[in-house]
Every structure is written in structure tokens, then in C-alpha cells.
Design a protein around this ligand. Sequence first.
Ligand code: ZN
Length: 392
Amino acid sequence: MHNPPRVPSSASRLLTAVHRYGPLTRAAATEHAGLARSAAGQAVVQLETAGLIRSGEQRAIGAGRPSVVLAADPEGPLVVAVKAEPTALHAAAYGIGLRRDREVVRRIDLWGISPDRLVSAVLEVAGEVLQGQWQRCAGLGLAFPGMVDEAAGIAQISLVIDWREPAPMADLLRAVLPQGGPLTDELTVALVRDSTAVGIGEYGAASAGVLLAVAGERHGMGSALVGGADRARTLEIGHLCADPSGPRCTCGARGCLGLYIGGPELCAALGIAPPSTDSDAEVEEAVREALADPANAAAVQDLAGHLSRALTSVVNTVGPDEVVFTGLLGLLAAAAPEQIATGLRESVVARVRGTRYRLGRTPRAALAGTAELAFAGLLADPSKWRAASTAR
Ligand SMILES: [Zn+2]
């Protein structure tokens, strides 16, 4: 998405294999990377010299020879993923293999914030999560709670933080990232819609085919169609029409789905006061309890009915292989499995394609997906890291 198409080098293919599937035996990594043994050998030397991977750890397999295992170098590069929410910035640093290193939540009211102020807040929280080690940083990703031109790095509009004017957030961030470190010029800066990042995070290494991710956030809802980190597309499922005679949505249309099952609306329907905490876990716990409360049975049926009907339409339209429900909508789907199954059964496309659904399983999927995008530059050309390191 953020790099021009090119033929990946052997080092790129091997590092990508370790990132997605590692730790791996050298033989397995060579196979995943689709390399000849000699090319893999050279790539291992290059990646080890650059401090990107470590090898040599041995694991006896049966009675045969012990095999060499390749793993991410724990002292190697990190990327920072920052998720902007209406009242907080969540940031985490990730190593190769999406190992989560550190996490920080900074409370901040983003309503009406200027691009410049958002840039400095992101930079500050990124520095905090890196503990100032910018020389280890290989990329920065920002998940934005609104519409984004991902290829151009432009944050276009967000109704939940009153962001009205498009701003080139990726360029603004690049301009202020710490200079002087050997890797500054190589930093990948990725801007992504938050719900699209959830889809990328959920897609993970094991998925195949096309995944439709439906995310329930405290401040709204979103969805994305994903066929790999480089093939992700935002879907504004929250603005699907649920009732043409319904109330007016902030988008201008009537009766949008988000007005019924978006985060705040879902909480209200279950009798939960608007959450005043920054802890996703606390909000999720309150919603989980309310969904299980027999007094809410009718409300749950109603909410699940909306989700189920939308599911039929969206699956008919985009034809995914798998649907994943995350966050608050994951909890709703788990509380009403019959209705969700009905929604799928009523889709002719799901019946023909054998579309399945599941609940989210990636912790902090939005941050993980954002980190995945921030790693794109390093994975595409690991030689830049070595060149930079030896220049030190
Ligand atoms: Zn709408």
C-alpha cells in the first residue's frame, strides 16, 4: 500500500517469513520464503549482521540432527502503532513478529483538535512508548477514527472528533520525526482507518481468502474487507441504511446502522451509562454483563437483529470467505449466535461460498494491524536497516 511494487529480495522474503511465522527452523523459513538454500544462507547472514534476526538456537527433532532456528532479534527494530480515539491515544511498540513490547494510554480530548496538535501528541506518546529509543524505530503507524486516503496519507474527515478538513497527516508526521538517528530517512509512516487496521490485525498469518471485519468501538463502529496487509479496503458499514424512516445520522442520511448498534447506542440500549473510562476492558466487561442480563433479553434480540440483517446484505455485496466480529460487536455476536447464523444463512452468497463467521482473536487488533503497516518498509527492503546500522 505504501511502497511501489518491486521484486522482493531474498532478505525481504526471509525476514517476512520470520515476521509472519517465526520462530522457524531454517528449513521451514527457506520454504516459506520460496528460496533456494544458497540464497537463504546469504539472506540469513545479511539479516543477522544487520541485527534483524538471530539464528543458532537449536532444537532437537526426533533422533535427527538438531535444526537451526531463526527468530526475530529481541534487540532489533521496533515500530510504533498509535490509535487515536475521541478521548485517548493508545500506543504500543512492536518488534518483528508483532511481539508487543510496551503500551501507553494517554488521555486527551481530540474533539476539534488541529492537525498540528495531533501530530505533536502522537510524537510525544510515540517517544514515551519507545522510551526515547528513536534509533530503534523502523516505522510509525497512526490509526485514525475517520475516513482516510491511505495511499496519500491524508486524514479526510472524522465525525467523532469533529475533523472537517483533510490534512496530510503522514507528511506532517514525517516532517517532525526525530532527525539525526541513522534510520530517520527510512521510517515508514502509515496512516490507516482504525477499523481497517482491526481487519489487518485479525487477518494475521493464518487467514486465507477475503476477510470481512466488523468492529464495534466505544465511539462507533466500522468494517473493512481484507485480503492481506497490502489489500485492505474500508467499508462504511455503520452508514448502511437500517431504517429509511429512522433518525438523521451525522453523515446526513437517515436511519444508519451505527445509530442502532454503534458503541454509544449499543451501551444506551443495554442501559449502560456512556463510558467515562479509557479502559476498553472495563467497557467490554460492562457490556458483557448487560448482554447476559435476562432483563435485557428483548434489547439483545433487537440489537442482534440489526447486526444479522446487515450481515446478510454486506455478505451478499462483498462476498467474503470469513466474517470476524470484534470489540463490542464481537460480544453482541457471541451473545446471539443463533441470529448471526440466521443472518449468514439468509445470504445466498454465504450459502454458495461457504462463508463462515468467527469472533476476533487478535489482542489489540487495531494496534497490531497498524504496526503491520508500519513494518512494510523494513520488510520490503531490509538492506536499508543494515546500511543505516553500519553507517553509525
Ligand atoms: Zn450515516
